[in-house]
Design a protein around this ligand. Sequence first.
Ligand code: HPA
Ligand SMILES: [Zn+2]
Length: 353
Amino acid sequence: MPAPTTPPPIARERLPALLAAMPKAELHIHIEGSLEPEMIFALAQRNGVALPYADVEALRRAYAFTDLQSFLDIYYAGASVLLYEQDFYDMARAYLLRAAQDNVVHAEIFFDPQTHTARGVAMETVVNGLYRATQDAQAELGTSSSLILCFLRHLSEEDAFATLEQAQPFLDRIIGVGLDSSEVGNPPEKFARVFARCGELGLHRVAHAGEEGPAAYIWSALDVLKVERIDHGVQAIQDPALMRRLAEERIALTVCPLSNLKLCVFPELAQHNIRQLLDAGLAATVNSDDPAYFGGYLNQNFTELFAAVPELTSQHAWQLAHNSFAASFVPDEQRRAWQNRLDDCFERFAQPA
Ligand code: HPA
Ligand SMILES: [Zn+2]
């Protein structure tokens, strides 16, 4: 039987179970943002790193963010406990185990090497630890995952070029590059040359744009950096011509609802614009961004979003999961296999309980 192109509708009371059970890809997860306070303290102790917080509770209390920068300051401080290959392995292992519980079958994982190389940690240490965790997750959990190296946009393009140079020996372990950190005042154009070089090297390209920054940054991420996906992108709603372009070209947005709530991009989840993005034909997806800091992993993002926005239906759930596979950087055959599993899941939920 051919796979249905739109799924059978499923009753609203079954939505939480459906959202949890459906297979999905996560395309916007910063691995350093999966570092739970307990692991930060355990690694600090293991590595003899001093932290400016008395204990786990004191650290958690500091997670009261007013905007992106207030988060980034704490996020970079948390990452300072990562020194050895095993630390990077343990962090990625913990995320991949947690993601498997949420029926994440594929994850494209961001990492911020400059946060580590600036402290004297070698690129090799970072990449080898993360990569080994992705290989073990494939073998032991059946979870597919790959790595995307992000350049920090508050640093110079020269620094990004030096980072790319350090990553050269490991490019077979990295599927692409991204752009993250402080957005406003650091437009995509700042990284035009290094992204062009990454394109020549055959790397996929994505960038954070339109999280706090203007819709103009989404245009320049597309036209100057030639990105294939936009991370966040919720400010596209300000620009009708951009909305039309994103819909026509089916450019995926990796939207992060709990992140947007915690960083005050939207005052309430009920006011999140993801339904408008989907209904305008944009290829939105749901992601966790920095789950240890923003109050939940992927399924928590789905369930809190759907609880807060009653207009979201099982059709939207299917579209979001379908989009996550469509936008992933995997061979078509693999993509179709996951999309068929998604359709099977919806068929099962459509049967009487
Ligand atoms: O949401 C984010 N935006 C920009 N940079 C980041 N680095 C980690 N998370 C983020
Ligand atoms: Zn992000």
